[in-house]
Write a protein that binds this ligand. Structure first.
Ligand code: KIV
Ligand code: ZN
Length: 523
């Protein structure tokens, strides 16, 4: 079937460019959950990672290629044989896959980063695209820092890589430097001066350093781009990437202006955004367009009056279009399974029966402690049930005593999956510090606490507190989170999740080493 010229492909790079940003790293199971959510959202391409970056990255890309259906699975590679072969091997299980090769072309990168002349860049890019084409029918090429590259040279590289077999050419604004008019001009220049450009799909990849990633991506579409590279919640290097939910809703809301469509099921935007925020620990600003808490809130009297007359007075998007069916309906301990199930579904979550039963039990337990449960509470229950890192340690009991004039004390009792029951007491600078120290003593894992955050999941006196803990261990950062009406307990559970992640990672490393040793012994 010939490609529809009015269809803009959505290339999601949350798992590659998004995951690359500080504090956003994800474990392999988390990456799989995000990849499945992206496929359900209806994105066309999932850039699952950079297979040559590390063994873990290779395995994650491979897991997404094996297990996620519905989208093209893509892996990034530098212009060298090893990267390209690693990407090809990681991706081959996916029914549709793509290798994305990149090489910087701007004078600044040539001189300071690569120490390569123009001719060498040209040759290396062409060789890499040919190499990738031998292993994969779908090859994308990106001239990194394209927006700061001399136009004539950029056109030369694009033309040569198309000739070498690239079927998508992506134009990155790597450092978020360009402005819309200038960027549109660049696309028009390429379309006018590059032979063969009409045979390939032109793509755009913008960073948000000056807050223009979405605007620059939209302007590129007007100038002929038919693929947008973006991330959920706009996460990514530095100020982030083009935000998927914003760019998709701009194309949908202003369809009469842009005259293009995407295949994204926009009612999945809100749950996907919450999932990524929950997994990465990157909070969504309240005033974030499309998915922020205030995106559909109307405070001013004049606005509320207008809204009561007709929503179109002050609302250009409907909350349900993005999957946000907020309600002021409050659930409590008398709410039954039916009401709870309806709320879970209205919030965009599909739970299997077993999972649902477990979350419902937790809901009941929470409703005993907390009079009214809001949407935020229910989301926290569901997201935790879907993703909590079930590791070897479980918190059986926690007791803390805080003094204003003396160190606090904590007693933790932990159960290990191997049957051990361990109890430890520790003193600390406050009950949270004391319980972290008691956990370290009980598990024997000593980690360096780098960041600790507490925020209210909802409003009100009995709001639940979400604790997020970042620690460093063996030069890696681990993150854990937990929610409870008792913030000492949520902090302790978050810290224990980190310890579980560390133990799981160590067990993974050990079994990889054992497998490698066994393979070597077998010759
Ligand atoms: O920002 C960038 O240039 C990139 C490329 C690898 C596409 O992420
Ligand atoms: Zn990028």
């Amino acid at each position: 079937m010939a490609p529809n010229p009015d269809q803009v492909l959505i290339f999601d790079t949350t798992l590659r460019d998004g995951e690359q940003s500080p504090g956003c790293s994800m474990t392999q199971p988390e990456k799989l959950r995000v990849a499945r959510a992206l496929a359900e959202l209806g994105v066309d391409v999932i850039e699952a990672g950079f297979p040559a970056a590390s063994r873990g990255d290779w395995e994650s890309v491979n897991a997404v290629a094996r297990e996620v259906q519905g989208a093209i699975v893509c892996g990034l590679a530098r212009c060298n044989r090893e990267d390209i072969e690693l990407a090809a091997r990681a991706l081959q299980a996916a029914p549709r896959h793509r290798i994305h090769v990149f090489l910087a072309t701007s004078a600044i990168h040539r001189q300071y980063k690569l120490n390569m002349a123009q001719e060498e860049i040209l040759r290396t890019a062409v060789d890499a695209v040919r190499m990738a084409r031998e292993l994969c029918a779908d090859v994308e090429f990106s001239p990194e820092d394209a927006s700061r590259t001399e136009l004539e040279f950029l056109a030369q590289v694009v033309e040569a890589t198309i000739e070498a077999g690239a079927s998508t050419v992506n134009i990155p604004d790597t450092v978020g430097y360009t402005v819309p008019d200038e960027f549109a001009e660049l696309f028009r220049y390429l379309r006018k001066n590059v032979r063969g450009i009409d045979k390939v799909r032109l793509s755009v990849h913008c960073h948000n350093d000056l807050g223009m990633a979405v605007a620059n991506s939209l302007t590129a579409v007007v100038a002929g781009a038919r693929q947008i590279e973006c991330t959920i919640n706009g996460i990514g290097e530095r100020a982030g990437n083009c935000s998927l939910e914003e760019v998709v809703m701009a194309l949908k809301t202003r369809a009469a202006f842009f005259n293009v469509s995407t295949s994204v099921h926009t009612s999945r935007l809100y749950p996907t955004s919450r999932l990524v925020s929950n997994i990465t620990g990157m909070p969504i600003p309240r005033n974030k367009a499309v998915v922020g808490e205030n995106a559909f809130a109307h405070e001013a009297g004049i606005h509320q009056h207008g809204m009561l007359k007709h929503h179109s007075t002050y609302e250009i998007l409907r909350p349900e279009d993005v999957g946000l069916s907020r309600s002021h309906l409050v659930l409590g301990k008398h709410s039954g399974r039916h009401a709870f199930r309806e709320r879970v579904q209205a919030l965009g979550f599909e739970l299997e029966e077993l999972e649902f039963n477990r979350v419902f039990e937790e809901f009941k337990a929470l409703a005993d402690k907390k009079k009214e449960l809001f949407d935020g509470d229910i989301e926290a229950l569901v997201l935790r049930a879907e993703g909590s890192a079930s590791g070897p340690w479980t918190l059986v009991d926690l007791k803390t005593v805080a003094h204003s004039k003396a160190p606090a004390e904590a007693v933790v009792r932990l159960q290990h999956a191997d049957g051990r029951l361990v109890e430890q007491t520790a003193a600390g600078d406050g009950p949270v510090d004391a319980s972290f120290k008691a956990i370290e003593a009980a598990t024997g894992v000593k980690a360096v606490l780098r960041k600790f955050e507490i925020r209210g999941v909802t409003e009100g006196e009995d709001a639940q507190g979400e604790a997020v803990v970042y620690v460093e261990y063996n030069q890696r950062t681990y993150r854990g989170s937990s929610v409870s009406t008792n913030i000492v307990e949520s902090s302790t559970q978050a810290f224990l999740e980190v310890i579980n992640r560390i133990e799981l990672a160590q067990a993974g490393t050990r079994s990889r080493e054992e497998r490698a040793a066994a393979a070597q012994a077998a010759g």
